[in-house]
Design a protein around this ligand. Structure first.
Ligand code: C5P
Length: 311
């Protein structure tokens, strides 16, 4: 059954472990990437239109490209091509995830556009085919579809779901400016080369997976790691001040989210998260601060139950 308009909600992510290997012949890096979906969402609304059109609202809307370079537009075009039809759709993105922040905002919009267009067009694409299109669009897009928590291997697109035994409290501080993901990976390579370091095969940490399963924030805090953090700090040195402010305010762990420059703070409780957020705002070292919880469901129409547990 096709509809007039479909709205899909898609979460941001933080990487509680981002283990990065050496560069592969295709230019990507092998990863052991533990994704956790967090409760900051973009909403993508697909409405029938004469031709493909993108609009965007929200505090960072001015930074979002509205042409066919937008990952949501590419998702609509890829789905339309698969079904031999036109991508005659208006996609409106209501953006709450920081842009170019290392929280997979663009990937969320791509997954949202896919699910929204599939429902609008009544194309009923099987889940495994949607996952294939996601993987073609970007390394983080399959996880945006699935949500919850998952281990991503390969370039991050091959997912195995991870059980999470409780709710974790997080604070996110968006920085004044963005970082380009390829530039951060290039800096990672440069730093490894400069240090003469042989990069080991990336592997998921069993201790970290246990902490997620147990829903234990202290154990998780002791186990989080991000191999891209030195590279992000090298390109954006003032992030160190933000991380320090969050740690001093009682964060159990303070880390760069993915390729940055958003920074993430794991809190012991909702109350502690509020205190950390207040301290970060008062520090003057970041642009905006948000508190939220994890895990969050994957891409789902706002008028339907989520499918976060069905990878
Ligand atoms: O897959 P995605 O388009 O999100 O990747 C953006 C860029 O990040 C890639 O072009 C590459 O430079 C870098 N990247 C990488 N290894 C990965 C994922 C991304 O080098 N596993």
């Amino acid at each position: 059954m096709s509809r007039q308009s479909v709205t899909v909600r898609v979460p941001a992510k933080v990487n509680v472990q981002l283990a990065v290997g050496g560069p592969r012949p295709d230019g990507f890096h092998g990863l052991a990437n533990v994704f956790l979906a967090v409760g900051l969402y973009d909403e993508v609304t697909a409405t029938a239109a004469g031709e493909l059109r993108i609009t965007c609202s929200g505090p960072d809307a001015g930074q979002v490209p509205l042409d066919r370079s937008n990952l949501a537009a590419r998702a609509a075009l890829a789905l339309a091509e698969r079904h031999g039809r036109g991508a005659d759709v208006h996609l409106h993105i209501d953006k709450d995830i920081p842009v170019a922040g290392g929280m997979a905002g663009g990937s969320a919009d791509a997954a949202g556009a896919l699910v929204a267009c599939d429902a609008l067009w009544g194309t009923e694409t099987p889940r495994d085919e949607l996952m294939e299109i996601c993987a073609e669009l970007g390394s983080d897009v399959p996880f945006s579809l699935v949500g919850g928590a998952a281990l991503g291997t390969g370039r991050g697109e091959r997912l195995a779901p991870i059980e999470v035994g409780g709710t974790f409290h997080w604070v996110f501080a968006a920085a004044d400016g963005g970082l380009s993901t390829p530039a951060v990976y290039r800096e990672f390579d440069r730093l490894c080369e400069a240090a003469g370091r042989t990069v080991p095969e990336p592997e998921a940490s069993p201790v970290l997976l246990d902490a997620l399963r147990a829903g234990d924030p202290k154990a998780l805090a002791d186990a989080v790691s991000n191999d891209l953090q030195p590279a992000a700090l090298s390109l954006f040195p003032s992030l160190a001040d933000t991380l320090r402010a969050g740690s001093e305010a009682g964060a159990l762990a303070a880390l760069v989210s993915g390729s940055g420059p958003t920074t993430a703070y794991l809190a012991a409780s909702a109350e502690s998260a509020r205190e950390i957020a207040d301290a970060l705002r008062a520090s003057g070292t970041c642009r905006t601060v948000r508190t939220t919880t994890a895990p969050a469901p994957g891409a789902h129409p706002t008028d339907a139950p989520d499918r976060s547990s069905a990878p």
